[in-house]
Structure formats: C-alpha cells, structure tokens
Design a protein around this ligand. Structure first.
Ligand SMILES: Nc1nc2c(c(=O)[nH]1)N[C@H]1C(S)=C(S)[C@@H](COP(=O)(O)OP(=O)(O)OC[C@H]3O[C@@H](n4cnc5c(N)ncnc54)[C@H](O)[C@@H]3O)O[C@H]1N2
Ligand code: MOO
Ligand SMILES: [Mg+2]
Length: 395
C-alpha cells in the first residue's frame, strides 16, 4: 500500500494537455485562461483628468494668477483642446484628455465660476494634481494576465479593456461518472427497504459543474460481462472516467478484475489513508485515465477532492496555495493511515482554527454536510494535540 504523498505524486504525473478554444468574452467567466494577455496600449492611454473642474498651466498660478478666462469646455471622449494662453483655463470633465499645455486640474469645489471667469480659491496648486498620467498603471506591452488564471469578473474587465471580445480558454476533457452496485436506484424511484438511491454520482457531477465541466452519467451493474461491455463504450468516448464503488474486497466488487481483463494499466490500488483506502487509479492503453473512488460517499468525495482536483488544476496550470489549519481539539487516531478529518474552519487573527465535525464513518454522507475542509493528519502518529498545525484542503 502506498502513502498519500506517493499516490498524489503518481496522479500528478499523469497530467494531460487540454485543448484550447476561443469563447466570447462573457462565456469565459470561471474558465481558465489559456493565453497571455498584454496591454495593447498604455493605461491610461492619455493624461486623464480625474476631477471635474478647470485645467490650467500651473506656472501661471505659481506666478500669481488666480483668475483665468474660460477658453473652452472639454468633455470626456473629445480630442484634446490646446491651452494657448496661460491666463486662460479649460473646463474639463473627469475622464477627459488633459488639454495640451495644461499641467494641473482644480476641482469645481475649489473655484468660483462667474460668467466666463474662473477664480481659484485655494492657496496651493501642485503640478500634475488631479491628473492620471499616461501609462501610470502600465505601459503598452506589459503582461497583465497569464495562462492558468481562473477568469474572474475583474479579469473580464481587463480583457475588455484590451479589446478581447473572444478569449482563449482551456477546454475541459470529456468526463464520464459511473456509479456501480445493484443496491442503487435512481433518485426519482422509491427504494425498496434493501435499496438506496444513488448519491455519489450527483455529488461528483455537481463538484465538476463547479469547475464548469458537464460530465455524462452512467451506471454499471454488479455483473462482470455487462460491466465490461458498458465500460468498453465509456472508455471509447471519454478522456477521464470517474468510477464510484466496487473497488474493495467484496464478492461483487468486480471492477479491478474486469479492468484487468480489459488491459487496464493499474498505477496504484489502495492508499494508506482513511477515508478512501481502496482507491484505484490507472489508465487504459490509448484510452482514458481512470479514477476508481471507493463507494462510501465520504470516501468518494474525499478522494475526488484530494486527487482529482489537484490533477485537474495541474493539467490547467492553475497554481495552488497550500493552506494550514490549527487543531482546535485533541484527536486520537491509532491506525497507521493518513487521516483526513472533516473539519469546520474559523479564522481567528489570520489563523484557521480547525474543529473536527462529529463523524460516524465514511458511509455517513451527512457527516460532511457541515465540514468546510479536510485536515490531513500524518500516518506515523496517533495523538494530535490542540494547537498543532496540519495541511487543510477546502471543501
Ligand atoms: N473486507 C474489507 N471490506 C472493506 C474494506 C476492506 O479494506 N476490507 N474497505 C472498506 C472501505 S474503507 C471502503 S471505502 C469500502 C469501499 O467499497 P467499494 O469501493 O467496494 O464500494 P461498494 O462496496 O460498491 O460500496 C460501498 C458503500 O457505498 C455505497 N455506495 C456505492 N456507490 C454509491 C452511490 N453511487 N451512491 C450512494 N452510495 C453508494 C454502497 O451502497 C455501500 O454502502 O469498502 C469497505 N469494505
Ligand atoms: O476508507 Mo473507507 O474509505 O473508510 O470508507
Ligand atoms: Mg465493496
């Protein structure tokens, strides 16, 4: 059995290159950028007036002029006028181009305007005041965004500013999610007393939806030949297959043996962890990558979070910032397994305090309803004390 660290490393070694597609700007929200984005011009592209008021040549103020003749009015969106006499001023609006020869802008609140004359009421005027200088934010050619960034509303604003009506984003792989097990019925059916409704596949589909991936859902019966036939079709059509269940030691856990008959290339089966010990991972020759998550709902969910998600991020080039949480209660866990404890998280003065949620085992889906993260406690210890710090994965 391999360790959590080894398992993660083996999963991350199997990254694949996603195709790139061009989508209309607004459809790129939440997708991952696949192109470098540079400023197409200086930002701001001209000396921009930042207050409504009058533009003057500051030299005239310095030599004692206080009252200026209003020569023109300049709105935003107009080409710049020229201040050809230092005794004149131009009324300028926020967003307007600074008139040629003007070197300072004085707010209307600091002037008195009477007919065609503007008198400055303040004693100090600094050259460059209320002017956003051309290129002050960035110069043309500056790299603003890099591939691997998830597109946010603020980024949409930047993409719009540089004129990208279409954006290159990574295409997601075709993913299938398969439930297994004859005890499962569809969610719109009334289960018999010995049956349960499928939940894992919906949980996985929803988690993928958060990543903007629409997966197709399948169900495999506990019958090897039918399982093999269905998998043949699923493997032909998909680049990644997420399976839930049938990977442990039960008489009807046919998945490992069926996959073996199909020339599946196992990379690992079983990880020294709880939950999720029987996880299976490998690939089909010239076919999809296969994540075989253990069927217990919490195990499926935890393995998705700890192995699929980092794999997906790595494929997209999305960087991850490791997070740490401080145990808020003592925990004892004797087995020589890494223990992923579902925790509630509370930030106290910049430190994430992690409180384990009551947990009755990995069959209990409701135990992770209140959890906000998983605190990963190492396999080589039994007692974990309040105040100790461990890696956290946000859920
Ligand atoms: N003798 C041993 N038995 C078990 C071991 C072991 O090491 N030795 N490991 C246990 C652990 S840990 C886990 S986790 C489970 C994993 O089992 P499987 O991957 O084989 O999954 P199943 O047996 O098919 O199902 C387990 C459990 O989960 C329910 N399930 C499955 N799929 C769904 C679904 N789509 N929606 C809702 N619930 C689902 C299923 O009904 C079972 O209750 O094995 C332990 N056993
Ligand atoms: O590890 Mo199993 O994943 O505890 O239920
Ligand atoms: Mg089983």
């Amino acid at each position: 059995m391999i360790s959590v660290e080894q398992a993660l490393q083996l999963v991350l070694q199997e990254t694949i290159s996603f195709k790139i597609e061009n989508v209309p700007l607004l459809q790129s929200l939440g997708r991952v950028l696949a192109q470098e984005v540079k400023a197409d011009r200086d930002f701001p592209p001209f000396d921009r007036v930042t207050m409504d008021g009058i533009a003057i040549n500051a030299k005239a103020f310095e030599t004692g002029t206080r009252t200026f003749s209003i020569a023109q009015i300049q709105a935003a969106g107009q080409p710049p006028t020229t201040l050809d006499n230092p005794d004149n001023c131009v009324e300028v609006m926020t967003g307007a181009v600074l008139p040629v020869n003007a070197t300072a802008v004085i707010r209307y609140e600091d002037c008195q305007i009477l007919k065609e004359l503007a008198t400055v009421l303040i004693d100090h005027v600094k050259r460059g005041q209320n002017i956003h200088r051309q290129g002050a934010d960035c110069l043309a050619g500056t790299v603003l965004l890099m591939p691997g960034q998830r597109i946010t509303p603020a980024m949409i604003g930047t993409l719009a500013s540089v004129g990208l009506s279409k954006v290159s984003v990574f295409q997601n792989p075709k993913i299938a999610i398969c439930s297994t097990g004859d005890e499962l019925v569809e969610i719109d059916q009334t289960p018999l007393p010995h049956q349960i409704r499928k939940s894992n596949v919906y949980m996985l589909a929803a988690a993928l939806q958060e990543e903007n991936i629409q997966a197709s859902l399948f169900h495999l019966p506990d019958e090897p030949e039918a399982m093999r036939q269905q998998l043949t079709d699923i493997f032909r059509e998909n680049e990644v297959v997420l399976l839930s269940g049938a990977v442990s030691k039960g008489k009807f856990d046919y998945l490992p043996q069926v996959l073996e008959q199909m020339r599946f290339w196992p990379i690992f089966h079983k990880i020294a962890q709880k939950p999720g010990k029987p996880m299976l991972f490998g690939k089909m020759p010239d076919g999809p990558l296969v994540f075989g998550f253990p069927g217990n709902p919490v195990s499926t969910f935890v393995c998705y979070q700890l192995y699929f998600k980092p794999w997906h991020k790595r494929c997209l080039g999305v960087s991850e910032t490791p997070l740490w949480g401080q145990l808020a209660e003592d925990v004892t866990f004797a087995p020589a397994l890494t223990y992923h404890v579902p925790v509630r998280l509370k930030n106290e003065k910049g430190i994430w305090k992690a409180t384990p949620v009551p947990n009755t085992g990995s069959g209990n889906l409701t135990s992770i309803l209140t959890a906000e993260g998983l605190l990963t406690l190492p396999a080589d210890r039994t007692d974990f004390l309040v105040g100790e710090v461990f890696p956290v994965t946000l859920l």
